[in-house]
Design a protein around this ligand. Structure first.
Ligand code: 2YC
Length: 277
């Protein structure tokens, strides 16, 4: 699990309007629209829920502690898609109590192990990794014009990668996975076969498979593993992984067919997932 850096998140709030425009250009819909599509709800049916569920973000000092700007970035994203939200003045248990006392029913908090949204009324936990996987899979579906019947390569078999594979299979794609740790790709394949009764292919040669596929999800924490040579005019990449897996030359070449952000899509998908009926 990659711990975000202050530099990753410091510009999120002020760049949200232009990021939303970028999403519309690339996928045909905006941040809230992608999150609703990812979760499988209609924007109209969810709209009154958004206004009816006040949210709070609670800073957590456990482990490596607070990341300056993290809570305010999460708040800004939630406000941007229509939520009423505040960051608690206190942290940890006192902050959680403050959130309850100030009437919030949807609490966002992250330590070094998990980033979760808790829907108090429904005793529901929504995990950022699962929601991020759904969000980026949905974005690839929209950006590429549809993955059904296509081969999609998912890099990274951790919690985000697993969620991506689940969603991409539901969109009707044939999935290949690659992880630098063979045990992780084997474990993901077994879990997917058990749960979705669907076979997926484990790739062993990253260089070769990158030259063969045009639809890629980078859910790794590795930088620079996707070079310029593998980018074709029909390549589309959704990249939830931090840091970005494409080399600068690959970013240049792929132009408008790349989707990458450190928090926005995952937080939006978490929030919609947490309040859907
Ligand atoms: O400021 C705080 O409350 C910190 N405790 C937040 C720590 C977040 C650690 N996790 C990450 O940086 C990212 C998450 C966005 C999802 C996975 N890793």
């Amino acid at each position: 699990m990659t711990r975000l850096k202050v530099a990753d998140i410091k510009d999120i709030e002020k760049q949200l309007p232009q990021y939303d425009d970028e999403l519309v250009r690339k996928t045909g819909t905006n941040l809230r629209g992608i999150a609703c599509f990812a979760v499988g709800v209609g924007e109209e049916e969810i709209f009154h829920n958004i206004a009816a569920v006040p949210a709070a973000v609670v800073p957590i000092t456990a482990g490596q502690g607070i990341i300056t700007g993290f809570s305010t970035a999460v708040k800004a994203i939630l406000e941007f898609i229509g939520f009423k939200v505040f960051v608690t003045k206190l942290a940890d248990a006192a902050g959680t109590a403050e959130a309850f006392e100030r009437g919030s029913r949807l609490i966002f908090m992250a330590d070094d192990n998990r980033f979760v949204a808790l829907n108090i009324k429904r005793c529901l936990v929504v995990d950022n990794a699962a929601a991020t996987g759904k969000g980026f899979a949905a974005a690839l579906e929209l950006m590429s014009g549809g993955v059904a019947g296509e081969r999609v390569l998912v890099l990274g078999c951790g919690p985000v990668g697993f969620s991506v594979v689940e969603s991409i299979i539901r969109f009707g794609a044939r999935v290949s996975v690659y992880d630098i740790v063979p045990g992780y790709s084997l474990a993901l394949r077994e879990k997917i076969e058990a749960q979705l009764k669907t076979r997926i292919k484990i790739e062993k040669d990253l260089k070769r498979v990158l030259s063969e596929v045009r639809l890629i999800v980078d859910a790794t924490n590795a930088a620079g593993i996707i070079p310029e040579e593998v980018i074709s005019p029909r390549t589309y990449i959704a990249a939830p992984g931090m840091p970005l897996g494409l080399t600068p030359a690959a970013v240049e070449k792929i132009a408008g067919r790349l989707l990458h952000d450190p928090l926005q899509l995952g937080v939006a998908a978490m929030a919609i997932e947490a309040i859907k009926l």
